[in-house]
Design a protein around this ligand. Structure first.
Ligand code: ADP
Ligand code: MG
Length: 209
């Protein structure tokens, strides 16, 4: 029997808004795998390096060693396969997977087919409440999806949304402090500007009244 038949891989996906504990949960699972003497490889995109260059970190200051990669699935593939690291790892964790391209989906399933336990953590929706990058596909293909809630900063109810506090419409706006907060459905506003044609139409309607 081949190794692949003996040891099926598994894809675990951890999603939720900012502050919901995704990094905390990823760190917890990786630490437990290490307690079980499994070999772990962890990666994070090089989008926000102001806090930790060699670790993933949670807002509650828990950390786990991680290699930093450009959020591009080919760069991640190189980081895994170039020095044979993939063969030495039984568990592969990636944080902030929403920043990767669609190629991450095939790479993930390739790792799972090799018998790896793959844990992907990331935002499921953008600040505009759109599905974020490869995350919805990873959720669909996963063995296990953990959708975490944060606490709404307005009312204290469970929060599934990430509210952007700044007016910028750039998809990736780095720097959590004061720029984003967790919100429930009632207190979340996606903050989308209406398209120009629609604005013109509403201006016409209001001037005609
Ligand atoms: P994520 O990776 O999902 O952004 P983290 O794992 O980095 O989340 O941080 C989770 C921690 O953030 C919580 O355990 C808590 O200490 C802290 N925290 C700060 N604001 C909130 C909030 N609004 N809701 C829940 N936890 C929060
Ligand atoms: Mg995080």
């Amino acid at each position: 029997m081949s190794e692949q038949q003996c040891q099926p891989g598994i894809l675990e996906v951890v999603v939720g808004p900012m502050f919901s504990g995704k990094s905390e949960e990823l760190i917890r699972r990786l630490k437990r795998a290490r307690i079980a003497k499994q070999r772990v490889a962890c990666f994070k995109p090089d989008i926000d390096l102001r806090y930790h260059r060699t670790h993933i970190a949670s807002h509650s200051e828990q950390t786990h060693e991680a290699a930093v990669v450009t959020p591009n699935s080919e760069r991640l593939r190189e980081a895994l396969f170039a020095d044979g690291r993939v063969h030495e790892s039984e568990v592969i964790g990636v944080d902030e997977v929403q920043f990767f391209d669609a190629g991450l989906i095939d790479l993930t399933m390739e790792l799972v087919a090799m018998g790896k336990r793959v844990i992907m953590a990331g935002l499921d929706t953008t600040y505009a409440n759109e599905p974020f990058g490869p995350v919805p596909n990873l959720m669909a293909l996963a063995d296990k999806v953990t959708k975490l809630n944060a606490v709404c900063m307005v009312c204290g109810q469970p929060a599934i949304h990430t509210q952007r506090l700044s007016k910028s419409t750039e998809l990736v706006l780095v720097g959590a402090a004061g720029m984003y907060e967790a919100r429930c459905r009632v207190h979340f506003s996606p903050f989308i500007e209406p398209p120009a044609e629609q604005m013109e139409l509403s201006e016409v309607v209001s001037s005609a009244q």
